[in-house]
Ligand binder design. Structure first.
Ligand SMILES: Cc1cc2nc3c(=O)[nH]c(=O)nc-3n(C[C@H](O)[C@H](O)[C@H](O)COP(=O)(O)OP(=O)(O)OC[C@H]3O[C@@H](n4cnc5c(N)ncnc54)[C@H](O)[C@@H]3O)c2cc1C
Length: 364
């Protein structure tokens, strides 16, 4: 999991939980946002098709009540002077977007949750994987989750949210029943490059090229070398932001490489050279100069072939719900997903139509 994520506003307004310092409490901001955090994000387009797409996005987001603006090349350069901006380039500017540090965010949520432990409403079971479901002999209803060390009883619901492992976990959980459920979620590996001590680039916003959001769904990369099956699945899209201590974080790759989380140096070099197409200063620097001060982060995005998360009850298994398949948006969509699942479990009216995300018809 990457530690810096863009908290995109490109989601239904009802699910938008803003981390914008203007709209959340000061104490929350101090915990989650670091002193020199950059605000606002720019999605950059370079072809007429990309610019048309960006204008459509700006319209859609504005209609949903979010602040979004289309910037032509001149305005884009004023916002981000370090960028190489061609006459025909443009961008969608989302001024209220901000960066989250995933580790700080998780620590914050854990700390808040631990207050409920005293009331017996929260417990943590790290390094204790779920292995099977225990079902009532008479009704067949799921009563508990068996983990490697514990039996966890559940009155209301069991939510399976195991990212790209959800398919194999689901398979194990229903092995002894007559339910056939093939959740087609796959690991989609991503590399991020963190470069320390690089003072020659100043960023004012989080940046990404429009291909980054396109590739969330597509399986056909724009930067493919076209050499073999492994390469065919590889795509590189430029993303650039700063981390909590001011390091430059460059991304990002997408590839299907099973569950491997090994660093592939050739991908790191391609991320660097793609970034150089947007930041001329980087072309004058060699990545080897940063050999000692570079770090690589690798994560596995839970990819669904139809590009949508899968959130809802599992047919034939009352009380069991799935929440996975968020691909490259799972951190910004996490709270919204939790709200949807909570409403489903408690039988509250849905704030968001969950039909497009349902399990029904999307698993073999
Ligand atoms: C390079 C990169 C950049 C990204 N950038 C962004 C971004 O800018 N914004 C954004 O929103 N998202 C981003 N993402 C995507 C985001 O990280 C994922 O969408 C998100 O982590 C998915 O969350 P998840 O909880 O579904 O799965 P995961 O985070 O994969 O968590 C699944 C958990 O289930 C556990 N598990 C597995 N099997 C079992 C078992 N049997 N029992 C119990 N637990 C089990 C695993 O150990 C794991 O902890 C990025 C991802 C990558 C790789």
């Amino acid at each position: 999991m990457p530690s810096i994520v863009s908290c995109t506003s490109a989601r239904p307004k009802e699910l938008f939980v803003s981390a914008n310092p203007k709209t959340v409490s000061r104490s929350l901001v101090h915990r989650l946002v670091w002193p020199n955090a950059i605000f606002g994000s720019l999605l950059i387009g370079r072809t007429p098709e990309e610019l048309a797409k960006l204008k459509g996005m700006v319209k859609q987001l504005s209609e949903a009540g979010l602040r979004a603006e289309y910037l032509s090349s001149g305005a884009l350069l004023l916002e981000e002077p370090a960028l190489a901006v061609g006459k025909e380039d443009g961008a969608a500017f989302l001024p209220d977007d901000c960066q989250l540090d995933a580790q700080r965010t998780v620590a914050f949520i854990e700390k808040a949750n631990r207050h409920f432990a005293l009331k017996g409403r929260y417990a943590e079971f790290y390094h204790d994987p779920a292995v099977s479901l225990l079902r009532s002999g008479s009704s067949g209803e799921v009563e508990a989750v068996q983990t490697s060390k514990n039996t966890l009883y559940s009155k209301k619901a069991v939510v399976i949210a195991a990212g790209c492992w959800s398919g194999s976990l689901m398979h194990d959980l229903v092995r002894e029943s007559n339910i056939a459920l093939d959740v087609p979620v796959k690991p989609r590996k991503g590399h991020l490059l963190v470069v320390e001590n690089i003072n020659s680039i100043q960023l004012n916003h989080g940046l990404m090229e429009v291909g980054y959001v396109d590739h969330e769904i597509g399986t056909h990369p724009t930067s493919s070398l076209g050499m073999d099956d492994h390469e065919q699945t590889l795509s590189i899209s430029m993303t650039a932001t700063l981390d909590t201590v001011g390091n430059l974080v460059l991304g990002s790759s997408r590839q299907f490489a099973g569950f491997s989380t090994e660093v592939d140096d050739s991908i790191i070099h391609r991320i660097w050279s793609r970034a150089g197409e947007f930041f001329p200063t980087l072309r004058e620097l060699s990545l080897t100069e940063f050999a000692k001060s570079r770090k690589v982060r690798i994560g596995l995005r839970p990819y669904m072939p139809d590009g949508k998360p899968i959130i809802g009850p599992v047919p034939g298994l009352p009380k069991v719900l799935l929440a996975t398949g968020h691909e490259g948006g799972g951190l910004s969509l996490a709270l919204g997903t939790a709200e949807m699942v909570t409403d489903m479990v408690l039988g509250h009216p849905e704030k968001v139509d969950s039909a497009p995300f349902s399990v029904q018809g999307r698993c073999g």
